[in-house]
Ligand binder design. Structure first.
Ligand SMILES: Cc1cc2nc3c(=O)[nH]c(=O)nc-3n(C[C@H](O)[C@H](O)[C@H](O)COP(=O)(O)O)c2cc1C
Length: 446
């Protein structure tokens, strides 16, 4: 049984508490109850326990009660194939029912399975599996062979259990499954791990580093460099002159061929302020032990870990080059990016938008990953990508209302961006790209 299960005796009951809930069993004979109390952290299987009960003089009725109870506890029972593998259940509905495999059949490791170090152990996992398998050194030859194919008769028990756990497949069964065919390895892993239900890792707003690390501040320490203060529109004026919301929403389009004339620095300032400028900062407060900020777009936990960088090809009143947007002071800070990197970023972004023109302004969205990971377990990066989506839409809507040419991009070179903006890739790097120009007459805008 999982070693974190706790068996608590009550008045004629046994309650087995585990990471997925609690099971209460009533009216167990003392012999069966004492067997179950010893279970947490042990590998005793069904046959083992029945044999021990029989040896202790257990009756048929006691054996039947033991088996029914073990069925209820299946999702927390650890199954062992000695001396190779230990199958530890990691989800509420984990059940291991080894199929009868033909001895002449072959089995292959799932292409979604991975081996990694977890604590002091080597484990085999897959988003398709509700079990984590702990590997011993003896399991290595079998694992290596499973990269190709192993005949069932060579390791029948291990193979049928790996198949039961969804970590290996007989023949071409995995390739033949239309639901699995189109998944990339990393996408399925990310899907499985960034939602709850299929793993036993901590999940949600756990504040996992609360006592170890200070939270990243709401305001990123601005890079040093010449600052360009931007135009800050009056929101009252904008409200009075903006087209109606539904007109903006219904006329929003991705515009990949902007007008011949580039945007001005004043219009760029207005766009950035309306879409991404900081409106307020608060905290830390009780229950929210970190600074938060308020901006026009929502953000998971009000953490607002996203930062904006601009690569300017053409903008009236602003030199071409790379800039950091400081959303607190509403200013740009010129970065010493090499012209070659800035050019490469514009060229790649232009190609991603169909290669029709060289972009006037590329907005690169980066994330300060530590800000989210300090608070969230399992869902920090997924939340960041969702935050990119809402910022995209906010940029789209403000640009449309202003008669500019917006276009989101789905991919970019995070290494190149980190180099161009002087960032450490693992600490802060790009998670989104967005093109801005002026809308050609009649193609965009309300
Ligand atoms: C997340 C996301 C990624 C996108 N990636 C690209 C891209 O790489 N290249 C491109 O030309 N358009 C891209 N677009 C724009 C879509 O192609 C566009 O939204 C879609 O065709 C619908 O057209 P519309 O925006 O004019 O309504 C992207 C849009 C989103 C929301």
């Amino acid at each position: 049984m999982r070693e974190d299960a706790v068996v608590t005796p009550g008045d004629g009951t046994l309650t087995i508490t585990n990471p997925f809930g609690a099971v209460t069993v009533r009216g167990l004979p003392p012999r069966v109850a004492s067997l179950l109390r010893e279970l947490p952290g042990t590998l005793a299987g069904k046959d083992d326990l029945v044999a021990r009960l029989v040896a202790a003089g257990g009756t048929d009725q006691e054996i039947a009660l033991l088996l029914v109870t073990l069925d209820r506890l299946n999702p927390i029972l650890v199954h062992a194939v000695d001396p190779l593998l230990r199958f530890v259940p990691v989800a509420r509905d984990a059940v291991l029912r080894p199929p009868a495999l033909d001895q002449g059949e072959t089995v292959r490791l799932s292409r979604f399975a991975l081996v990694r170090r977890s604590g002091g152990e080597l484990v085999l996992e897959s988003p398709l599996s509700r079990h984590r398998v702990t590997l011993t050194g003896d399991a290595m030859p079998l694992l290596a062979a499973l990269g190709r194919a192993v005949m069932v008769k060579e390791a029948p028990e291990a193979l049928s259990r790996l198949v039961a756990a969804g970590l290996a497949y007989p023949g071409d069964a995995e390739e033949a499954d239309p639901a699995l065919r189109t998944w990339d390895f990393h996408d399925l892993l990310f899907h499985g791990r960034s939602r709850s239900g299929r793993h036993d890792e901590p999940f949600g707003g756990t504040f996992r580093f609360l006592r170890e690390l200070p939270p990243e501040p709401a305001r990123k320490p601005a890079p040093t460099g010449p600052a360009v203060h931007l135009y800050r529109p009056s929101l009252e004026d904008v409200t009075a002159t903006d087209p109606p919301f539904t007109t903006v929403l219904e006329s929003r389009r991705s515009v990949r061929e902007p007008a011949a004339a580039p945007p001005t620095i004043r219009r760029l300032g207005e766009l950035l302020y309306r879409a991404a400028g900081v409106r307020r900062v608060s905290g830390p407060a009780s229950g929210v032990p970190y600074e938060t900020s308020g901006r026009p777009y929502p953000g998971g936990g009000a953490m607002h870990e996203l930062e904006l960088y601009l690569v300017v090809g053409r903008c009236a009143g602003l030199d071409p080059g790379a800039y950091y947007y400081d959303p607190f002071a509403h200013r740009l800070i010129a970065l010493p990016a090499g012209a070659r990197d800035a050019d490469a970023m514009l060229a790649q972004a232009g190609a991603a938008a169909g290669g029709l023109v060289r972009p006037d302004v590329l907005i690169t969205i980066t994330a300060r990953f530590r800000r989210m990971a300090w608070k969230y377990s399992g869902m920090a990066y997924a939340t960041t990508l969702k935050n990119v989506g809402v910022l995209y839409q906010t940029l789209y809507l403000v640009a449309t209302a202003m008669g500019m040419a917006p276009c989101a991009l789905g991919g970019g070179d995070a290494d190149l961006a980190a180099r161009a903006f002087g960032l450490d890739w693992a600490t802060e790097s790009s998670v989104g790209e967005f093109l801005i120009g002026e809308a050609p007459h009649g193609t965009a805008g309300p």
